[in-house]
Design a protein around this ligand. Sequence first.
Ligand SMILES: NC(=O)c1ccc[n+]([C@@H]2O[C@H](COP(=O)([O-])OP(=O)(O)OC[C@H]3O[C@@H](n4cnc5c(N)ncnc54)[C@H](O)[C@@H]3O)[C@@H](O)[C@H]2O)c1
Length: 354
Amino acid sequence: MATFLTKPQDSSATQGPRSKALVRFGVVGYGYWGPKVIRNLDLLEEAKVVAICDKSAVSRRKAEKAYSGVLVTDEANELMTSPDIDAIAVVTPVWTHYELAKAALENGKHIFVEKPFTSNSAQAEELIALAAEKNLKIMVDHTFLFTAAVQKIKQLMQEGELGKLYYYDSTRVNLGLFQHDVNVIWDLAPHDLSIMDHLIEKSPEAIVATGQTHLNGHEDIAFITLYFPDKVIAHLNVNWLSPVKVRTTMISGEKKMLVWNDTEADEKVKVYDRGVNISSREGVYNLLVNYRSGDMWAPRIEQTEALSQELAYFVDCIVNDKTPMNDGKAGLRVVKMLEAASESLRQRGALVYL
Ligand SMILES: NC(=O)c1ccc[n+]([C@@H]2O[C@H](COP(=O)([O-])OP(=O)(O)OC[C@H]3O[C@@H](n4cnc5c(N)ncnc54)[C@H](O)[C@@H]3O)[C@@H](O)[C@H]2O)c1
């Protein structure tokens, strides 16, 4: 296991001088998402980015300009073997995650890996076993779990506000960003699948997926249905070819329903006291259904940056030897759902059991 540098003692602290562990990061990938990871790591008192790696000369020039004094290289191995690095963030395309994550673990580094964790479940299982053997942490970037909206929804569900869960229905569509290496399911669905995994706390029993390719050989639109135990059903609409950006999720229970609109600046989550009551069950012809139409309220949602919270949590898990909730196993559960969806898609909507 890696040892940590210690930051200079803070002489201004009123409680007297205090030294803190410092987790030194190497970040691989400085494209769209990498700079966001680095910016948020940089803000943490207990973390420091000491090296950045990218294969692209353009990306390296940008990194050098933004972070003078930080080592910038095209050789990932330099980061993996450096004794001055405790943890590696893998922020590269999906097909590269496994090799980079494996090299990092083999060299005794904790890993923060972008979603989806790996390209298949065998790779994820191998990384989980390797990390366990070496007593290292894996965190998979399931960013949405750290949004105040998802945290509020989780709290409402745990407190029984919605009652027994009926369904989760999400639309996550926009125009682009097209990924070159994966289809829209592997790009966008990990967000919802990780949220469902977190909220429903059960794995689906079966998945159906349909979709179509129009532009670059990868499916750019897909519809996924997931059958969970206890009659909970989930549906996802993911699409790179939508004229407008929609991020709307409806979650319904026997007591209340909620709508989470992530494009709203305020009042992202609205809880509706609406539902359906069955008043009588005396005979098939005597079934009375009452619609309940009550108040709507919008819980207060903090304005926080999810990635910042997540990276602070990762550092805390490393320093205090805790297992992250979005660990390799959570990453594996999402990859298994993606694999089942891909198999169903290949068979034009066949029911695939997990
Ligand atoms: N959590 C989120 O909300 C979120 C958002 C966007 C992207 N992502 C994830 O982040 C990852 C990167 O996505 P992106 O949009 O930044 O991609 P990108 O193509 O913009 O950037 C990837 C960068 O990695 C570099 N790279 C590729 N292979 C490399 C290697 N072997 N060694 C060093 N550098 C290498 C590329 O040159 C490029 O600069 C993906 O896994 C994606 O799913 C997550």
